[in-house]
Design a binder for this molecule. Structure first.
Ligand code: ATP
Length: 263
């Protein structure tokens, strides 16, 4: 229970001349939930990929507490306690929910993924399975553990993704559009689960989301990106009132934006 501080300091990411991120800076305080919002193409996914070591950072620094993770390989970043979900659900559809979650723990096993797939000592396997069952219970998937992942309803798939990230026992949890495609009740429930996980496991959370209802209700702070730059930052009430945000993203004052505004 030791959530880290995330410091993003003037981070840039470029793809053959195109600046997907241009000197982006913000800090996420330990144990807080931080949303990143912005229109399509604003650089949100690029930022998450940079945080995880998937996209190369061309300038600036990323720190997890005092550890610099800039330009570290994704497995090294994961080993420092960064777990994430992806915008497009990435599960093995032919494997059971339990097996998908067990694979999620490979970082924590003695010899990593190969050994997990082939053989784990019985004691070690039992310990991991007990923890996986606990996490499945936490997200409401206990009854689905033997089900093939490909046969899950969409809402359960999103929970599976979330649970798999938790199975890594992260300290910093990164969620890319956790409620995309869910109905209002499911979105609210997943939002509640994010807060419950933060509290129960002692996490710092960064998430990208277009659903403003969820963003405004669970985020402690919000960073707004547009064209790869930070255009606003603050608590939900401040961001909601910010004229730049209203014109770039939220629409006319008084409108309730649900989706990323098209440019
Ligand atoms: N791997 C890549 N190669 C080249 N260009 C990329 C790559 N990834 C992102 N980009 C470009 O970087 C810019 C930011 O894209 P990014 O996907 O980060 O935006 P986003 O805010 O996540 O958008 P969305 O809300 O649609 O997911 C876009 O112009 C995009 O085309």
């Amino acid at each position: 229970m030791n959530p880290p501080r995330l410091t993003v300091d003037a981070v840039s990411v470029a793809f053959s001349g195109l600046r997907a991120l241009d000197e982006v800076s913000f800090t996420v305080e330990p144990g807080t939930v931080h949303a990143v919002i912005g229109p399509n193409g604003a650089g949100k996914s690029s930022l998450l990929n940079a945080l995880c070591g998937i996209y190369p950072v061309t300038g600036g620094r990323i720190l997890l507490d005092e550890h610099e993770v800039t330009r570290q390989r994704p497995d090294r970043v994961a080993a420092l306690g960064v777990g994430r979900t992806f915008q497009n659900i990435v599960v093995s559809p032919r494997e059971s929910v339990l097996d998908n979650l067990m694979v999620g723990r490979h970082r924590l096993t003695r010899a990593g993924l190969v050994r997990t797939a082939l053989w784990l000592g019985r004691g070690e396997e039992r310990r991991h399975e007990a923890r996986v069952r606990e996490i499945a219970g936490f997200v409401g998937l206990s009854e689905r553990l033997d089900k093939t992942a490909g046969r899950l309803a969409y809402g359960d798939l999103k929970r599976l993704e979330f649970a798999r990230a938790l199975c890594l026992e992260p300290r910093l949890l990164i969620l890319d559009e956790p409620v995309a495609g869910l109905n209002t009740a499911e979105s609210r429930e997943l939002g509640r689960l994010v807060l419950a996980a933060r509290d129960a496991l002692g996490l710092t959370v960064v998430f990208v989301e277009h659903d403003m209802g969820v963003v405004m209700s669970i985020a402690d702070r919000i960073t707004v990106l547009d064209f790869g730059r930070v255009v606003a930052e603050g608590a939900p009430a401040e961001v909601r009132r910010n004229p730049t945000v209203i014109s770039a993203y939220l629409g006319a004052p008084g409108e309730d934006a649900q989706e990323g505004a098209p440019r």
